[in-house]
Design a protein around this ligand. Structure first.
Ligand code: NAD
Length: 416
């Protein structure tokens, strides 16, 4: 066992381990949590009350979470010192203890860190950003029938624009690069252009698409769509599609049917118990989610497409306040609120903890405690349906009773 300087390992908990590619979950697993900056101080304690109550309700004391605090963001600076926003031991502990959950983190200005969230994902190789998007009855939405949307987006988390290289217009090395490219393809790039390079590989595409298909198999979901812009960028986006189909046919042949095969071999009639693998161009999928949302269940996307798509889809069902997320690698998993730190509301016991609570639902599913996730989700649904909600939802709902963050959490517990 590693020694940590500032992290106290709970004495009443056991470590989650990985055996033969499978998670081994003790009855008292140690789960890491990062409270988060800004409204983290409001939404994390509220979420923890909900999590602990649901575990107690489900297992009557036979199972219990041993929470282990990990530090990142402002709190890390106060514990570890100046500029220590993301201490190495936080990364080590997430890796060693396999599963953790976090609140939002401020992006530090200066100090050379682009974003703590992006750094966490890249350093821990959490290559899939998973965002389920679905509607909860009563949530104000701009759509006529928001309940038709129920998708889970698997967004590649390590390459494409996240690993992009940029060259500023007018600089010496940029002009050198332009000259080099124009030598190969005459007249291709205008002088004084800025240049961006985005890498996409078969290795990273395949592991992302595999995870999406495996999820479909595990959850008995019957379609996975590869989202790309391959009509314009053939060797990155187009290859994403090709590599996606390749890994689907190679690793999951008995489980899947491609859209082409559906017509060539099955006369358009979907065979029972198979997963349909289809692909859509990025701009078309935005239309499809608005016009035919119920034809899509899992979307596997490259980094930038997935970025746009997850927020747009969340807006269709009522916004980011209730949007959960997870960043998952081969086994290591970090669940997170998808919104930011909303600093102007910090410490006011005002905002919606729903995003962290639903990330917890994903976390309990991930460790196989489905009874807990069902209890939380159904109590949350009941609480929203009863119009006992935080300000963000209350101001858009007729006849709603406005709750503080902590009151909303207590109401959820009462509804379990
Ligand atoms: P933000 O999401 O923090 O806030 C934008 C607005 O959304 C808020 O003013 C508030 O009106 C609303 N909002 C956000 N969360 C809410 C909640 N739980 N309940 C009710 N309303 C909520 O976005 P921002 O202002 O662009 O970013 C603030 C900071 O957060 C920045 O430092 C940014 O880098 C960071 N950030 C972190 C994450 C993350 O940790 N995953 C994500 C986005 C932004």
């Amino acid at each position: 066992m590693k020694k940590y300087k500032k992290i106290s390992i709970p004495k009443d908990g056991e470590k989650i381990t990985v055996d033969n590619g499978k998670l081994n979950i003790p009855d008292n697993p140690i789960l890491g949590f990062i409270e988060g900056d800004g409204i983290g101080q409001d939404i994390w304690p509220a979420s923890k009350i909900v999590f602990d109550a649901a575990v107690k309700k489900a297992y009557k004391g036979k199972r219990k979470i041993a929470w282990m605090e990990l530090f990142a963001g402002d709190k890390a600076v106060s514990v570890y010192g100046k500029n220590k926003w993301l201490p190495q031991e936080t990364l080590d502990a997430i890796e060693e203890y396999v599963v953790a959950i976090k609140g939002p983190l401020t992006t530090p200005i200066g100090g050379g860190i682009r974003s703590l969230n992006v750094t966490l994902r890249q350093k821990l190789d959490l290559f899939a950003c998973i965002r389920p998007v679905k509607y909860y009855t009563g949530v104000p939405s701009p759509m006529k029938r928001p309940q038709l949307l129920d998708v889970t987006i698997f967004r590649e988390n390590t390459e494409d624009v996240y690993a992009g290289v940029e060259f500023k217009a007018g600089q010496k090395e940029t002009e050198k690069l332009i000259k080099y490219i124009n030598k190969m393809i005459p007249g291709k790039i205008r002088k004084n252009s800025g240049i961006g390079i985005k890498p996409m590989s078969e290795f990273c595409t395949s592991r992302l698409v595999s995870k999406a298909i495996q999820y479909a198999i595990d959850k008995k979901i019957d379609n996975v769509t590869l989202v790309h812009k391959g009509n314009i960028m053939k060797f990155t986006e187009g290859s994403f599609k090709e590599w996606g189909y390749k890994v689907a046919k190679k690793e999951y042949r008995d489980f899947i049917v491609t859209e082409d095969e559906l017509w060539s071999d099955y006369n358009g009639k979907m065979p029972k118990d198979k997963i349909l693998i289809k692909d859509r161009i990025a701009d078309s999928i935005f239309q499809q989610l608005l016009l035919r949302p119920n034809e899509y269940s899992i979307l596997a996307t490259s980094n930038l497409n997935g970025d746009y798509l997850s927020d747009a889809a969340a807006a269709q069902v009522g916004g980011l306040g209730l949007a959960p997320g997870a960043n998952i690698g081969y086994h290591t998993a970090l669940f997170e609120a998808t919104h930011g730190t909303a600093p102007k509301y910090a410490g006011m016991d005002k905002v919606n903890p729903g995003s962290v609570i639903l990330s917890g639902v994903m976390m309990f599913d991930y460790i196989g405690w489905n009874k807990v996730s069902k209890i939380i989700e159904s109590a949350l649904k009941k609480t929203i349906k009863a119009k006992t909600v935080t300000y963000d939802l209350a101001r858009q709902m007729k006849g709603a009773k406005k709750m503080k963050t902590s009151q909303f959490a207590k109401a959820i517990v009462k509804n379990m």
